[in-house]
Design a protein around this ligand. Structure first.
Ligand code: ATP
Ligand code: MG
Length: 584
């Protein structure tokens, strides 16, 4: 492709709203254009990348016996009522929903379990038709609270979603295991460094799931990993053995302590410098929205105790409570629950309407300090069993670096990642709700066992750049780069250079190697190199002064400082070989 024929506009400045490098660089290179928050135009270069990713995805799914199809983005409310998800998704705010001109409620699909289940239940009658795994690559719509980071978190984005249907739980597990392999292959072929982790199933539901995390410092997800045991889990889900805290040397009676203005653990530690953080129990108040079978929904206030050096994990808490929504309680709600200013909540003397829970980090803590439900007052030297009952206790805590893994003595580290894929064993949640059944070998009616599997195609592109970039710009992994070779012609119009560049371009293209040929006349070599660095095409051939001797300069985008003078034929052979080896 001659660059002068391409709509090729690059900017020297990062867009003001770009918080991560992938967003800034893609916008500067004209790969994406922001239309509104979370809504982007994919330019021609971006589209080439997305199609490359899609093709890898297709290839691996087809090879595993999955079948591609396409479902509508526009979906009727009734379907979502059948599965019981309409209310949760509307309440959550994630669902784009509206009425058509006849007044029927519709939504734009954030995911497609309902549609696929309806489709498959019409198509499948007999066990002989199972297993089947269907997939599509399609635009999804989610009204994200914080659309950001460019393509990372869009309101509209491209997803590959697949759904498996099986006759039994064991067969579902087999389909799931096969898809796990498909996912590993896809991300490996895309040239990404990634970690599969145990994950929370979230609003989709079901009984087991894993996420594929691209390793990146800027990732929105925290991951707990243990190199010794191989344990890896999303922080939302991760469990650990937490280190025990120091105990008091003597047991004394519980008493009130004046704590003027001390509303945080830090402020309290200033007042009680001898007290270890592990003997300080904080109490957080949440407003919880529950789904009620009859009344629609109801609200309640929940107080959760937790050791001072630990944090509450809202995902675990929300799952435990089976909550529709979970938010920190408002100032008024805290005052009503504690009869005190915010910052003095504790387990003793809470209002009757408050449900008290405790994270397992409080287990075994003796002689602790806790809020007194009175402004400027805390209780000290409190004991469960002696001064109050230990509340209903479960794991509501977030794993921390240095904790021990549950199944060994390895230590946990916390890293960050970008979720590019998520696979679930759904079980019979949707098939039961929507009556997707089949008749088994004995003509008995059974519900199907489902799995679902998502890849954020547009997020994969962004995460590739999050993982591979430098000062100068993007660095595309060869398998998904918009072009394989960037052919930079120093002086367009020079006869020898024109001829050699044309030849390299034509021969490479004829061998299936796509070339972006910068033959712009009015752009100086320095600017051409800057642009080449920015767009990040992995292989570079520079045609310049030595064109008459058929000599070119070879480099790769990962290391543009190392340049090699090569014979043109040699360079072409090398490019062809590298492209073939990359599976492009
Ligand atoms: P997240 O936790 O990041 O919000 P999710 O768990 O809600 O994602 P899934 O329902 O598992 O997402 O969707 C499957 C895949 O789609 C995700 O693994 C991710 O790669 C991608 N994805 C989800 N939401 C977005 C979005 N708003 N923009 C771009 N890609 C997304
Ligand atoms: Mg997910």
């Amino acid at each position: 492709m001659r660059l002068s024929r391409l709509l090729f506009v690059t900017l020297r400045e990062d867009p003001a709203d770009a918080e991560v490098r992938s967003h800034a660089l893609m916008a500067r290179a004209g790969f994406i254009h922001k239309l509104a928050a979370g809504i982007y135009v994919y330019g021609p270069m971006m589209w080439r990348v997305l199609r490359r990713i899609e093709n890898i995805v297709r290839d691996e799914h087809d090879a595993a016996g999955c079948h591609e199809m396409l479902m509508p983005a526009l979906q009727p409310r009734e379907l979502w009522e059948e599965s019981g998800r309409w209310e949760r998704y509307v309440k959550d705010g994630i669902l784009f929903n509206f009425r058509d001109r006849k007044g029927s409620q519709m939504c734009l699909g954030p995911t497609h379990e309902e549609v696929i289940t309806t489709f498959v239940k019409r198509q499948v009658q007999s066990y002989k038709q199972l297993p089947v795994t269907l997939y599509q690559i399609q635009t999804k719509f989610r009204d994200e609270i914080r659309p950001r980071f460019g393509l990372m978190r869009g309101k509209e984005f491209i997803m590959k979603d697949a759904y498996s249907f099986d006759v039994s739980e064991e067969k579902m597990a087999e389909s799931y295991a096969l898809m796990r392999t498909v996912y590993r292959n896809v991300f490996t072929r895309c040239g990404l460094r990634f970690t599969p982790v145990q994950a929370d199933s979230g609003a989709i539901g079901g009984c087991g799931s894993e996420e594929f995390m691209v390793d990146a410092e800027t990732g929105e997800d925290g991951i707990a990993v243990c190199r010794a045991s191989g344990y890896a889990a999303n922080l939302e889900k991760a469990v650990s053995v937490i280190p025990a805290g120091a105990q008091p040397s003597v047991e004394v009676a519980m008493h009130k302590e004046p704590t003027p203005g001390a509303k945080s653990c830090e402020a309290l530690l200033k007042l009680f410098p001898e007290l270890p953080m592990t003997r300080l129990l904080k109490t957080l108040l949440y407003k919880v929205t529950y789904a009620d079978v009859d009344a629609g929904e109801s609200e309640g206030i929940v107080a959760v105790m937790c050791r001072g050096d630990r944090e509450i994990n809202e995902t675990k808490l929300s799952n435990y409570l089976n909550a529709l929504a979970l938010d920190l309680a408002s100032e008024e709600q805290v005052k009503a629950a504690t009869a005190a200013e915010v910052g003095y909540a504790g387990p003793i003397g809470l209002a009757k309407h408050v449900r008290l829970l405790a994270d397992s980090s409080v287990e075994g803590v003796k002689g602790f300090l806790c809020g007194g439900n009175e402004t400027d007052m805390h209780y000290l030297d409190v004991y469960f069993g002696r001064d109050l009952e230990q509340p209903e206790t479960a794991d509501f805590g977030t794993v921390q670096a240095g904790d021990t893994v549950v199944d060994g003595d390895g230590k946990i580290e916390i890293t960050r990642g970008i979720e590019v894929g998520h696979i679930f064993q759904l079980g019979t949640k949707y098939s039961e709700a929507m009556q997707a059944t089949f008749s088994d070998e004995n003509q008995k009616t059974q519900v199907m066992w489902m799995g679902c599997y998502g890849i954020g195609v547009s997020r994969v592109a962004a995460s590739a750049i999050e993982q591979n970039h430098d000062e100068g710009g993007m660095i595309w992994p060869l398998p998904i780069a918009p072009y394989a070779v960037h052919l930079v012609q120093m002086k367009a119009g020079n006869e020898e250079q024109d001829a050699l560049a044309q030849e390299i371009h034509d021969k490479l293209e004829a061998s299936g190697v796509d070339v972006l040929w910068d033959e712009r006349k009015k752009v100086n070599p320095g600017a051409k190199f800057k642009d080449a660095d920015l767009v990040g095409i992995p292989l570079r051939i520079v045609v310049g002064r030595d064109a008459g001797e058929r000599k070119i300069e070879w480099s790769v985008r990962t290391d543009t400082a190392t340049k090699e003078s090569l014979d043109a034929n040699q360079a072409m052979e090398r490019a062809i070989r590298l492209v073939q080896e990359s599976g492009r």
